[in-house]
Ligand binder design. Structure first.
Ligand SMILES: NC(=O)c1ccc[n+]([C@@H]2O[C@H](COP(=O)([O-])OP(=O)(O)OC[C@H]3O[C@@H](n4cnc5c(N)ncnc54)[C@H](OP(=O)(O)O)[C@@H]3O)[C@@H](O)[C@H]2O)c1
Length: 234
């Protein structure tokens, strides 16, 4: 039976690749998008994760189209890089509000249906910088490390209800987010990557697809790095 999947932040980059991966596995997949036009070929609803009412409306639209969400992938994320000494407070709180509180809003809404159905899969997209830190990314790293504590707590809370919660921590991945990096900075980052290259979005999507698959039924609270060896697993 195809499952009802929702990828939050599925319009492009890693989220888009995750949506394609889940669809290729035979599931029904909806995505959210925020700006611009919806992606071709996928059921898409507009949603800004900083707005609880928009999150609720998006879930209602997805539920009407394909039933209660059984697989949730929380992928929406932004960066606003700056050294701490120069970082205004709003750049810290905006990143936290999207990347971490946004996850709280979305997961809380999804869990309602999962508890009723006594089962579900949740995958949170964190980052290797949550594990390693990154100069100029204190806001982003704090949000992504927060996702790990959030996800592991939920793995404990929701495990007895047959809901798994896992975290994927990608390293440098070739998307719009990294296209903005200065070439010298990118080269410096790549020197830290044992595999010596960026990930393709589809490579990250494979890990998410596994965690969402029946084969990962006994995996919960895990942090899965897809980072070319940068973090050596932790
Ligand atoms: N690329 C990397 O190297 C890398 C490494 C580690 C982790 N990650 C994480 O992977 C995830 C995807 O990154 P990406 O590289 O694919 O980035 P991307 O191409 O910039 O895509 C970001 C996605 O997040 C959505 N989004 C941003 N703010 C949102 C908001 N307030 N409400 C709803 N959706 C929002 C965007 O929607 P719109 O298109 O509508 O703006 C888009 O779908 C992010 O969480 C990122 O932090 C990326």
């Amino acid at each position: 039976m195809p499952r009802s999947c929702l990828v939050v932040g599925g319009s492009r980059g890693i989220g888009r690749a995750v949506a394609e991966e889940l669809r290729a596995a035979g599931d029904r997949v909806a995505v959210t998008y925020r700006n611009g036009s919806p992606p071709d070929g996928l059921f898409a609803v507009r949603c800004d994760v900083t707005d609880t009412a928009e999150v609720d409306a998006a879930f209602r639209a997805v539920e009407a189209e394909q039933g209660a969400v059984e697989v949730l992938v929380v992928n929406a994320g932004i960066v606003q890089d700056q050294l701490l000494a120069a970082m205004p407070e709003h750049r810290f709180t905006e990143v936290l509000d999207t990347n971490l509180t946004g996850a709280y809003r979305v997961v809380k809404r999804a869990v309602r249906g999962m508890l009723r159905r006594r089962g579900g899969r949740i995958v949170l997209v964190s980052s290797v910088v949550a594990l390693q830190g990154s100069a100029g990314q204190a806001n982003y790293a704090a949000s992504k490390a927060g996702l790990i504590g959030f996800g592991r707590s939920l793995a404990r809370e929701l495990g007895p209800r047959n809901i798994t919660v896992n975290i994927v921590a990608p390293g440098l991945t070739e998307t719009d987010m990294t296209a903005r990096l200065a070439p010298e900075l990118l080269a410096e980052y790549l020197r830290q990557v044992p595999l010596g290259r960026m990930a393709q979005p589809a490579e990250v999507a494979r890990a998410v697809g596994f965690l969402a698959s029946p084969g990962a039924g006994y995996v919960t609270g895990a942090v899965v790095p897809v980072d070319g060896g940068s973090s050596m697993g932790h």
